[in-house]
Design a protein around this ligand. Structure first.
Ligand code: ZN
Length: 128
């Protein structure tokens, strides 16, 4: 696992520092969209400032995305593309991967002339 994570970081242009390895591994294992504070509480040896700095680097590399649930910034491992359904009643964010976004990517490529490198989709709903 550790070697794979080192390669994953390096392939996204980041040096594999111990903090990056620990935070990335945490996000891969906890697909619950934690906040920086939650990550810091679980990883007691890393200061909150370091958690924030590490998350910023991981977000820059596009391995991790930041999601705003309306009140807090949450973090998510994004090595496997998926979309989010946000329950506005509870604030829960679900990972869902049951939809083929390739036609949308193709339409975006045609419209923009760009090489499309990724997507972020958030769908919102409330409970009855
Ligand atoms: Zn997610």
């Amino acid at each position: 696992m550790e070697q794979d994570l080192k390669e994953l970081l390096q392939s996204h242009g980041l040096k594999a520092t111990p903090q990056r390895l620990i935070v990335l591994e945490y996000l891969i294992k906890h697909q619950t969209h934690p906040t920086a504070e939650q990550i810091h509480e679980d990883l007691e040896n890393i200061s909150l400032a370091t958690v924030y700095n590490t998350l910023d680097k991981l977000v820059d590399s596009e391995l991790v995305i930041a999601i705003n649930d309306g009140s807090k910034r949450r973090y998510d491992y994004y090595g496997e593309p998926h979309y989010h359904v946000v329950n506005k009643t509870t604030g829960e964010i679900m990972n869902v991967d049951n939809f083929d976004f390739r036609p949308l990517m193709e339409a975006a490529r045609k419209a923009s002339g760009l090489n499309i490198t990724g997507y972020k989709v958030e769908i919102y709903g409330v409970e009855d």
